[in-house]
Design a protein. Structure first.
Lengths: 515, 181
């Protein structure tokens, strides 16, 4: 069926650089002796450790329970012993440390007994719980907990599976679709069961013909299985960055433009990455929790390619596997458009790490010096959201954060199109990230201040009340004493009068002589 | 002429009645200026301005009793905002170095459970009871330092909030200087 495609506004067409790493099949990365599994693996919450130092764990065993509704579980990527629970540097632009479980592998890779869950015979709640307990988060990079997204009670018509992979250099989704198309489809169908979608649209950029062919073949095969009700379509879409952005892909495939402040679910569409669909299938049909992911290692290396990497594997060991060529001056995590320079190569691979790029000045020349913005508007043409990056730039640069908010800085997806096209070579996204984190911090401060104000006022009120209560208590006590005294006095006087009257009445009437 | 007088008097009476009614029925509770000032103040309740809290200081500023630059945690930035709000002239405090946000931490080994710090805390951020160990709820603590002087055993210290990937901020982009010669 030929489907009408739509266009999102803006966008760029950078050199894809996909061939370097897409040729070789996915290889399993060797088991490192030590794995560092961070407790924070989702954007909405951390896990709580349920193991202690010295515990022996099996591969796939839960080592961190989900904390709160937004948390997702974490699992032992291999069998071995827990040697430490401590702070380790993370794959984060700050390079700051956060809490992680350190696992020493015993090299046996002994699995915990898997407990598959048949989606056809399980209730929706059971499936959602299993997704949470299997630690499944969005694999596209946002690491949003999948059980929350799929568990929303929205009337969903269309499930969009994101295989666009628009960012240059990255090919992990490409290889996944080529090699594990059937699992992706099975996962997508489970997601359909959960959200009630009637059709699946799998959007793949047309620069990945092999992936399109593999997915089409898998769809034809599974359709032959006689599954009724869900209509699967593989849709090649024009390669244009950032077609793999959620809202952009939905726009291209369905024509729906999701407005600011709304989510796709409000319009009957939900979008999941191919990696997420694959993980859902592994978790339910095979009972395997999320303990590994496909990572593209490319750039200035001898053997670029895709590896199935256990979570917690140090990035340095992955790079050593591929042979970093001389001349590499920094290492990027994520693609060249949206990724960041890793401050430390000891950081572990997490659920959101899709690509490691060894960067050299030859591959990624340092940007020419920044020049003044002349408001040419090129960035506004390239912005896929329809923002005005130059206005945002002026506001952020001058730290006029209210203005930045007025120009909707929080709708910016930091895709980097504006900085890519800027003729003055201004690192626009850096400014936006700075402004966003400042605004977030300011909002936090405001929240803390209003909390402090409320607590201060309630304390004053309490002190007032206590003072009033104390005064009232004292007054009551005083009145009581006075009353009892008064009563006592009257009795004393009466007794004295009686005594005197009992004596001679003459004595009582004539007072004794004072002398 | 007589008619004009009657008309003018009538208008005056009608408007006066309307104003009187409005003054009575649409009366604004509290002092709106003080509220606006209070919203700018950092709410540490530290009393370093000489008033027992942010609200009292806001009221004093609103009634022109106090200078606008007495707030130490607010710093020059806060004073500038107040100057802008009130149309007064900005006076620098001289404090330009921004102090990092700190929270109080009780050394629980040394604490003797005297409850003096609990009574001093303006936001009730310290929990504990007589002869029991006290502790600070760091999420609520404003770092006002009011608990420091009453402590008889000096077991309270102010510590900087640890930087985590969650509260870390991106730096202001700095571009290298161009070598021209």
């Amino acid at each position: 069926m030929i489907q009408r495609l739509f266009r999102f506004r803006g966008g760029i067409e950078p050199a894809p650089h996909k061939r370097e790493s897409s040729a070789a099949p996915i290889r399993p990365a060797p088991l490192p002796p030590k794995l560092v599994v961070p407790l924070i693996q989702s954007s909405r919450g951390a896990a709580r450790t349920i193991v202690t130092v010295g515990d022996k764990v099996l591969k796939g065993q839960c080592i961190g329970e989900p904390e709160g509704a937004g948390g997702t579980a974490i699992h032992a990527p291999t069998s071995g012993a827990v040697t430490e629970i401590g702070r380790y540097p993370m794959a984060h632009p700050s390079g700051l440390a956060s809490l992680a479980i350190v696992l020493e592998s015993d090299g046996e890779e002994r699995w915990i007994t898997p407990e598959p869950l048949d989606p056809a015979h399980a209730s929706r709640e059971e499936l959602l719980l299993r997704i949470q307990a299997s630690g499944i988060v969005g694999m596209g990079g946002a690491v949003f907990p999948s059980h929350i997204k799929i568990g929303k009670d929205a009337a969903i018509e269309t499930l969009v599976i994101n295989g666009a992979e628009c960012e240059p250099w990255i090919t992990c989704d490409d290889r996944l679709m080529r090699e594990r198309a059937a699992d992706i489809l099975a996962g997508a169908k489970i997601l359909c069961l959960l959200n009630g979608a009637r059709r699946i649209l799998i959007g793949i950029e047309d620069n990945k013909p092999e992936a399109i062919a593999a997915m089409t073949a898998a769809a034809r095969e599974s359709h032959g299985g006689g599954e009724a009700g869900v209509d699967v379509e593989i849709v090649p879409i024009p390669a244009r960055y950032p077609a793999g952005g959620e809202k952009q892909l939905i726009r291209v495939l369905t024509g729906i433009e999701v407005p600011a402040g709304k989510i796709a679910g409000d319009f009957g569409v939900q979008c999941f990455n191919v990696g997420t669909a694959h993980a859902v299938c592994r978790a339910l049909a095979h009972g395997e929790a999320m303990i590994s992911r496909i990572v593209t290692v490319t750039g200035n290396v001898e053997r670029p390619g895709n590896y199935e990497v256990l979570l917690g594997t140090p990035i340095s060991s992955l790079l050593a596997l591929c042979g970093v060529r001389p001349g590499t001056d920094r290492t990027l995590m994520g693609g060249p458009m949206m990724g960041f320079t890793l401050p430390s190569l000891d950081a572990p691979i997490t659920k959101g790490s899709n690509c490691i790029i060894a960067a050299s000045p030859a591959l990624f020349p340092p940007p020419p010096p920044e020049q003044a913005c002349i408001r040419c508007g090129t960035c506004a043409h390239a912005c896929p959201i329809g923002l005005q990056p130059f206005e945002l730039y002026w506001a952020s640069r001058a730290k006029r954060f209210d203005d930045a908010n007025r120009y909707h800085i929080f709708d910016c997806i930091e895709c980097g199109c504006c900085a890519y096209v800027c003729p003055a070579h201004i690192p626009l996204v850096d400014y936006f990230r700075f402004a966003k984190s400042e605004i977030r911090a300011r909002d936090e401060e405001q929240k803390a201040a209003s909390q402090a104000r409320a607590r201060f006022e309630s304390r004053l009120a309490r002190l007032e009340r206590e003072k009033a209560e104390k005064a009232a208590r004292l007054a009551a006590k005083a009145a009581e004493t006075r009353a009892s005294l008064a009563a006592g006095d009257a009795a004393l006087i009466a007794a004295a009068v009686q005594r005197t009257q009992a004596q001679s009445p003459d004595d009582a009437t004539t007072p004794p002589d004072p002398i | 002429m007589f008619a004009a007088l009657i008309v003018m008097t009538g208008i005056a009476i009608a408007l006066g009645a309307a104003l009187g009614y409005a003054a009575f029925h649409f009366k604004v509770e509290g002092n709106p200026i003080a509220e606006q000032i209070d919203a700018i103040l950092p709410q540490t309740q530290c009393a370093q301005c000489g008033y027992p809290g942010c609200k009292p200081y806001a009221e004093a500023v609103a009634s022109s009793e106090a200078e606008i630059n007495l707030c130490t945690p607010g710093g020059d930035d806060g004073a500038r905002k107040l100057a802008e709000l009130l149309g007064r002239e900005f006076k620098p405090r001289g404090v330009t170095v921004e102090k990092p946000k700190t929270v109080a931490l009780i050394d629980e080994q040394t604490c003797i459970g005297c409850t003096l710090c609990i009574q001093a805390c303006p936001v009730d951020a310290i929990v504990g009871s007589a002869k029991q160990m006290h502790t600070v709820v760091s999420r609520i603590c404003t770092g006002c330092e009011l608990c420091l002087p009453p402590c008889p055993v000096d077991c309270i210290a102010l510590v900087e909030e640890p930087r985590t990937p969650q509260n870390w901020r991106w730096k202001y982009p700095v571009t290298g200087l161009k070598v021209v010669a």
